[in-house]
Design a protein around this ligand. Structure first.
Ligand code: ZN
Length: 328
């Protein structure tokens, strides 16, 4: 029998990092991550993706990666079923435009990518230089028109762009043409998958050559016609402490703002939390009393999982969290 005490805890993770041609130094300078280089593109804060796992930072499970924790200590996740940990949280900081891309859905990925998952993702914009933009969707009315525009490289005509600012939230279902523009920093919550079809890379030369495109696969999975951008974009102006930004079949995403003190209980098997602004403390409430020993300082850049049965969290300080969990 596992000791019950282990089920009431916050499990902090050390992220994995991805270096990218469009990366920079923002993740080190703004979030305090101890990662060298001037091309840091992605912080994989909560990840069980093979080869890019985040690792438990301290406590009972220190040194285990999230994949191992999911495999060997499923009780921490409320015994939720599934071979692989289902979600993935990244912070992405783009100094330059990312390539325009699209992800398949579960059915296409399963058939064409060795049983892999598709990828639906969403973005909470943390920082955006004035005028920075995202690509979301396209202007082709029919599949024939889509194919024509892609084969004829009519990218300006095809791709839809929209300007964004901090606090904007965007849902990107599989099949949506999308790209993050230079100057944008965001938190991404997504299905645990990395199947990406690159549609257009602005004809850039990277390391002496053009990066390969996947036009045929893209044409096969892009949703036509594209939904209106307005239906995918939400500007979070609520003054509420806890706001649900999205619920879909893969995840729920919440924005939590602690201005002074706050109690939060999601009553879910497990919850992923990333501190994206400010600092303070979080403690696990024991019978409505606070146990000093369990008070944990948190700051911008921290990623942790609230394990099964943890119950009420007491937050104090001034900080903002993006949280995600499986839908009920
Ligand atoms: Zn994507």
């Amino acid at each position: 029998m596992k000791k019950d005490v282990n089920l009431r805890q916050l499990i902090f993770f050390k992220p994995a990092f991805a270096h990218k041609p469009w990366g920079g130094t923002g993740l080190r300078e703004e979030f305090g991550y101890d990662e060298p280089g001037d091309d840091i593109g992605e912080c994989w804060g909560i990840s069980a993706y093979p080869g890019k796992e985040s690792t438990v930072a301290d406590g009972d499970y220190a040194g285990l990666n999230l994949g191992e924790l999911w495999r060997d200590h499923r009780e921490l996740f409320g015994d939720v079923q599934g071979e692989e940990f289902p979600l993935l949280t990244k912070i992405i900081s783009a100094s330059d435009d990312l390539s325009v891309q699209v992800h398949p859905d579960d059915a296409y990925a399963s058939e064409h990518e060795n049983g892999a998952r598709g990828k639906t993702e969403c973005w909470y914009i943390l920082d955006a230089e004035p005028g920075s933009r995202l690509a979301i969707g396209h202007n082709a009315a029919t599949r024939e028109e889509l194919t024509e525009m892609i084969e004829d490289d009519r990218w300006d005509e095809l791709i839809r762009y929209t300007c964004v600012e901090p606090g904007d939230f965007v849902q990107i279902p599989s099949g949506t043409v999308h790209a993050i523009g230079g100057g944008v920093t965001l938190l991404e919550t997504q299905q645990n998958s990395d199947i990406t079809y690159r549609l257009y890379d602005y004809d850039r030369i990277t390391d002496g050559s053009l990066r390969p495109l996947h036009k045929k696969q893209s044409e096969a999975v892009i949703t036509v016609p594209a939904p209106e951008i307005s239906g995918m974009l939400l500007h979070d102006t609520s003054v509420d402490d806890v706001v649900r930004l999205m619920t879909c079949e893969y995840y729920e995403v919440y924005r939590i703002t602690c201005r002074d003190g706050l109690g939060v209980d999601f009553e879910r098997p497990f919850v992923i939390m990333s501190v994206v602004e400010g600092e303070g403390t979080i403690s696990v409430c024991e019978d409505d009393k606070q146990d000093d020993a369990d008070i944990r300082p948190v700051r911008k850049g921290d990623h942790f999982i609230v394990s099964a049965g943890t119950g009420m969290l007491r937050m104090s300080g001034s900080f903002r969290i993006i949280a995600s969990c499986l839908p009920q």
